[in-house]
Design a protein around this ligand. Structure first.
Ligand code: BES
Ligand code: MN
Length: 455
């Protein structure tokens, strides 16, 4: 019979190889948003599938979707024992601005306690932590539970095809609990269970002016500049307090309860920690809420990108023909992306001037999720974390999104335990992404305890 002690010993002895394997996985440039990287996406899915096979996982296959494939696998040898679904994603975000990387993004570099590379933290490293824990148990005895795997290739683009995929194959992913290590922790010393994620609704706004770029001297003052129109529209989407002005935006936002305010105030996520992590001279946002609540429990509207006119070296006196912005909203209970889409269109109808044409493209959307923390799975995780860190985990709502969490609740009735070794200063989605190795190792140990606690 396997036990946690021998599995943990095995995991500790194999740390160097685990780092090598993570580096191989990171090397594959699986950027899901850019179609040029389709071959690498396929390669990463195959790499993950091969790795599952090496661990002894059965029925491993790449399941096609209308986009990138889902890697499936299972190990169902203990009828009657609980089944844990392991969730992960093998896709990553783009690397630009590439010039700000101090090391090559897809060649991992270990410096001190950190391993650098795109996907080390979000989330190839976090996927490998669960697989390393499973390997350690498999190689030192019999696995105490049944397992299923869902490794997705479109998480970073809003799990675009997951609703359709789950409506066809939902049955295959039924499980007693889903271990989802994509949510990270508050700090290396604070084991964390996340119970809330925000949703996301992502748009592209285009403003079309003259039929082509014009001489700004000959036409400036008589043709409305699309860059000016766009920036005025964007600026009008918040008031001076940072509150969003789309008509009806807060109608279905669930108010923050006093209990939640108190619980959140006890967390070590303070204004000071946000200042330190970001390097900004001062924080910003709705003054009625603490920074932790603004991130965890309040919706936002963010400009993710802007494009118009001349942005190359030197100058060009041009009146641009068009302007484009990428804009996304983080959503909280009980907002839906469909209602936010309507609110954005209404705002544009009410505020866009007659001097231009405009278009709003709906790029993708992910639902918010609140998970049940009173499940046996979350209890097994909490006690595993307490064993490893010597203190019980903190519970928080986090501002990021993981579309599949609500989809698994709705389609398969599966609750997720949201954990992970990612830390707030890992530079996820940014240059110089890194992962804290000591926290990675601790997570492997915690997952080993979790599997035994769950049995
Ligand atoms: N791992 C993150 C989400 C996350 C980060 C959850 C920290 C909790 C704590 C995930 O990979 C991610 O970045 N998701 C995207 C999803 C979006 C494109 C729909 C996000 O939140 O931007
Ligand atoms: Mn991410």
């Amino acid at each position: 019979m396997a036990d946690a002690k021998s599995a943990i010993e095995y995991a500790h002895k194999n740390r160097e190889r685990f780092i090598k394997e993570l580096s191989e996985f990171v090397k594959i440039e699986s950027i899901s948003t850019d179609d040029e990287y389709k071959p690498q996406i396929q390669k990463a899915a195959e790499w993950a599938a091969d790795h599952l096979r090496k661990l002894g996982i059965e029925n491993v296959k790449l399941m096609p979707t209308a986009g990138h494939p889902v890697v499936y696998g299972d190990w169902l040898q203990l009828p009657g024992a609980p089944t844990v679904l392991i969730y992960g994603h093998y896709d990553v975000q783009p690397v630009d601005p590439i010039e700000l990387w101090e090391t090559a993004p897809f060649e991992t570099t270990v410096k001190g306690d950190y391993i650098f590379g795109r996907g080390t933290s979000d989330m190839k490293g976090q996927v490998m932590a669960t697989l390393n824990a499973i390997e350690a148990i498999m190689k030192t005895g019999d696995f105490p539970l049944n397992l299923k795997f869902m490794l997705e290739g479109e998480e970073e683009i809003g799990s675009l095809h997951m609703p359709d995929f789950l409506s066809k194959h939902g049955e295959m992913f039924k499980a007693d609990f889903c271990l989802n290590p994509d949510a990270g922790a508050i700090s290396a010393d604070e084991p964390t269970i996340t119970y809330g994620l925000r949703g996301l609704a992502y748009y592209e706004i285009n403003i079309y002016g003259p039929k082509q770029d014009l001489h700004s001297g000959l036409f400036g003052g008589t043709v409305h500049n699309p860059a000016q129109v766009l920036t005025e529209l964007l600026a009008g989407m918040h008031d001076a307090n940072g509150t969003i002005t789309l008509p009806g935006f807060y109608d279905s936002v669930r108010p923050v309860t006093d209990q939640e305010r108190e619980a959140s105030a006890r967390l070590p996520t303070t204004p000071e920690s946000y200042l330190e992590q970001t390097g900004v001279p001062a924080l910003w946002g709705e003054k009625e809420y603490t920074p932790a609540l603004r991130v965890g429990a309040r919706p936002t509207l963010e400009v993710n990108g802007l494009l118009s006119g001349w942005t190359g070296p030197g100058s060009k006196t041009v009146l641009p023909a068009k302007a484009m912005a990428k804009v996304s909203c983080r959503l909280v209970p009980d907002q839906t992306s469909a209602e936010v889409h309507k609110q954005l269109l209404k705002y544009m109808e009410q505020n866009a001037p007659k001097t231009v044409a405009w278009e709003v493209k709906d790029l993708h959307q992910s639902p918010w999720a609140i998970t049940d923390i009173n499940t046996s799975g979350v209890r097994a995780l909490a006690s595993a974390m307490e064993t490893v860190w010597g203190k019980p985990p903190l519970y928080r709502r986090e501002g990021g999104s993981i579309g599949v969490v609500a989809m698994l609740q709705e389609t398969c009735g599966v609750e997720s335990g949201l954990v992970g070794c990612g830390l707030p200063d890992d530079n996820v989605h940014s240059p110089n992404e890194r992962m804290h190795l000591p926290t990675w190792y601790k997570n492997v140990d915690a997952y080993i305890h979790f599997f035994f606690n769950m049995k």
